[in-house]
Structure formats: C-alpha cells, structure tokens
Design a protein around this ligand. Sequence first.
Ligand code: GLC
Length: 579
Amino acid sequence: MDKFLLILFLLVLTGSCRNEVEQKTVATEKNKKWWKEGILYQLYPQSFKDTDGDGFGDFPGVVEKLDYLESLGITMVWMNPFFESPLVDNGYDVSDYRAILPRYGTMDDFDAMLDGMHERGIKFVLDVVVNHSSDQHKWFKGASSSRDNEYHDYYHWWPAEKGEPPHRHSLFDPEGGWDYVEAVDAYYLHTFAEVQPDLNWENPKVRQEVYDIMKFWAEKGVDGFRMDAFQFASKDTTFPEFPKGHEKDFIKWYGMRPQLHDYLKEMNNEVIRKYDVFAVSEGAGSTFEDAHKLVDADRNELQMAYHFETVDLSRTPEGYTLKEFKDVFTSWDESFAEEGWISIFLSNHDNARMVSRFGNDSPEFRTVSTQMLNTFLLSMRGTPYIYYGDELGMTNLDMPKIEEYVDIDAKGKYKAAMANNEDMDAFMEVLNYSSRENGRTPMQWDTTANAGFTNGTPWKKVNPNYREINVAAQENDPNSVLSHFKKMTEVRKKNPVLVYGDYELLLPEHEQVYAYTRTLGEDRVLVLLNFSERESTIDMEKLNGQNILINNYDDLDLEGTSVTLQPYQAVIVSMETES
Ligand code: GLC
C-alpha cells in the first residue's frame, strides 16, 4: 500500500490565501455563463433509439426518451450530424446543411424534439461540419463540373498545368489529400476522405454561406454549435510539400493558420453574438497559446474548445499511466485557470469506450470504475461532455476481424498498414481496442431483442453484454452506474465550486490515487479517486470537515489520519474552512 502525505490543507486555510480566493471569486461572478455551468450529453442519433424499424435511430426515438434525458440531470445535448448525407463518414459528409436525412425524420420531428428539450431545460448543440462538405453537395457537383462554375472557388484546387500537387497528408486516405477531376483538369484537396472535399474558407462567399446556415439553425432555436475539424479550416494556400514523419502533428503543419482568427471574429459578429449561443471547437491547436487564441473572452471568437491530449494518451492496449493523465488535466487547468474555458471529456464518437480505455471493463470492476470516471468528469473545471452510454458503463465491442468494420477511418488505416507491411495481427489488436466503432454501438435500453434499440436489424451490431448492462436493469438499482451518475449530476449542479472553483492537484506522484481540491470562496471540496483495482491508503495531516457529497462505496472512514480507498472508489468530501 502506498502512503503519501496530504499537506495542502494547512496552506489553503491561511488568510492570505483566502484574499486571493475572494478576488478570483469576484472575477468568476463576472464570467458566469450557462454553457460553463451545463452538463453536456453527446447523443449519437444513429444509435440512440429507432422507432420505425429501419435499424437506424431517429428523432421520434429521441422524443420518446426525453424524460430519460431529463432524469439524467444533463442540461445540454450535442447531437452528431443528422443532415442530408450519403453517410460515407456517418454524416460528417453533408450534402445539404438545411435538410434532414429522412431516416431521422422530418423538420417537424426536429422541431418537436427541440421543443421537448427546451421544455425540460435542455439546450441543444448542433454539429457544424464546414471544414469540408460531401462531394455530393451541389456546391461540389458544380465546382467539379467546370472551372467557370460559380461554385468552383468554393473548394481548393491545384490546376494540372502546374504539374502534380506536392504531397499532402490526408487523415483518412492513405493515398494522400489530393484527387484529380478530369472535367476541370485539376486536383481538389481533402483533409479527410476523398468524398469530403475541403471548403475554401479564404473565399468570402463560402464564409457567408456558412454564417447563413448557422443563422438558419439559430433562428430555429439551437443554443450552440460544435465546429467540426475546425482547426483545419484555414490553409496555407501555397500548399507546401508535407514533411514526412509529421503525420501525428499534422495540425502544427497545416492547421490553425493565422487568418482563422479573422474568420472566427467575423463568425462571432455575424452569428454568435447575435443569438445567445456558444460555439465549441473540435481541436484546440497544438499549444496552449493556440487554444487561448480560440476561446479567450476578449478575443470574441469561440467560447470553448476540446483538446485531444487525453484521448491520445491511451491509443493502444498498453494504456496510460495515472501520472500522465494527471499531467494532462493539470496542465490544461493551470493554463485556463484565469482565462478561457475548455471541455472535459474521456470519450466521444471518435473514440473507444471510456471504461474500456481509462477504467476497467471487467465484470468485476466496470461498475465502480465507470462511477469513478464519471465522478472525475463531473468534478473538474470545464464543461463535462458525457458520451451516451457512459452513464451506464457501456463497454468496447470485441471486433477482431477487419470484415466486421464499416468505418471509413478503420478501413483507411487498415489499407495503410497493409501497404506499409505492418504486422497485421498487432495492427488488429490495436484497432480492436481503439477503434471508434467501439463507441458507436446501439444504446442499451433493456434486455429485449437488440437491447430495445430497434425492432429491425440494427445498422451496427449491439454489444452482447446488453443483457447485463442496460437502462432497465440499472434504473431501480441504487448502486448502479446510472443511479450514481444521476446523483453526481445533482452534486455538480448544487455545488458551484465544482464548476468555477480553483483546482489544486494533491499527491502528483501517486500512481493509484488522483486527489485534488476545488475551492471557491468559502467552499472547498476534496476529490479522491482511486484509479486502480487495488486498495490504496493515503495519509492526511489534517482533514477538518466530513460531509461526504458522493461516494460509490458504502463507507469511508475519515476519522483517522489516513483514508483507505477501495478499488476504483470515488469520493467527494465537502471541507469546512476556518473563518
Ligand atoms: C471530426 C469528426 C469525425 C469525422 C471527421 C471528418 O473529427 O468528429 O467523426 O470523421 O471530423 O468530418
């Protein structure tokens, strides 16, 4: 058992500290925002609830589950794209930004869903996919038909008379980011798949089209925007040769060009400030400075960003160390302590399941370890983003064979690995662990066929463990992941210290326990999270205050000078401060 000293309490209880805290509290009051106080639930509509038996989730399905969403205590829903699309990249290839893909329902169904959310105090965040469109969008069809077409300059072209374009890395296409179109005798750029041509943000007409689309949805009443792949929107349009070996820091080379900030200011003026909406960027650049430039209030650009450092920690079955995990969250918090705001997340539709990556998905530990991770997400500074199913502890799906994969990303990576003569068994092991398909399986509602997701054939295989992990089984069990999640959202909402309070890391070197305090004026809480399947004891020099706000085990003895945490135990203690 490890033993460590907790010394901080003596420090933070001093008068000088109190003054500093009060000053920060005043600043916090000024900076209060609904989107900072919110708890966001990411809903993958394709996999949530199907009502018409086509095996594909739909808006009426979401409407059917609105009371469920409300019961979770979440206050915002970000829904992945549901627009007209050929679905080559599951909707991230939009062919009409104002039309709904009929499989999801009609515009009336959308309105009913939005109203239903608003009636329950839930805000709606729209996914805006405008780094690229689908090649089936009328803009690209026109653009690729003739150089004189009015939409030709909506995309980036390399005319063939200049020779072959310099190599450009593509995130989905092993053959690179340029593709030739005979009708215009030129190559178009695609950062993602061949069917996702990049929009030319340098063209003011394109920007105006985007703002008009955003206004259309803001007028309908959406409350926020998630800007997909946005750090790639501005390019160095001389298109220099991509430096080989830098595929992993692609953004540094090709994203976040300075003019992006002009565009964001323009977007802020045209859309964001006119409606009471916020916008979050997918990606935060490659430095803290990049991230601040996107979100600091005085810049009048975006309001929030999410970085990939956490999910990058655990891309192989070897996993991560708790020290690395703490370093990532602590350094981001430090950088954003005074200015700017970020999201806190551990999984989404581009990642494997949270408990399988950061917790322990064995039957013995998956309940407690998911509860622990949810306690973490909901007790950090930053807006928590909870991915559907993580309120139940849904796990990865075992898919050892490439034939089972439908995702364009997985297929592209497989092709590239084959071309590079990689060890394909090792490749499949990593893919099975890390593939984003793990995170897209149908929501597990009950023990009926297909987990109650559909009466038809689900578009994606249901995880067979739905018989044990499902809403119905957990709803009436006070010790379930779901019940704990509901308690935890309530704790966050009742304790503004968890939203705005200063974060201080304790025991930075401890390999099993992540411990920190959050402090806002007179309020202080201590968060203790055991990230391991072993018991762990920590010594405390002084712990004056014993009001336990949440605990995923029945007991916790705070009387002595040490605390023993059970495997994956997660506790939040409200501390009394000396006056
Ligand atoms: C973003 C989305 C991802 C999509 C990609 C291309 O990263 O989150 O799902 O495949 O953009 O649009």
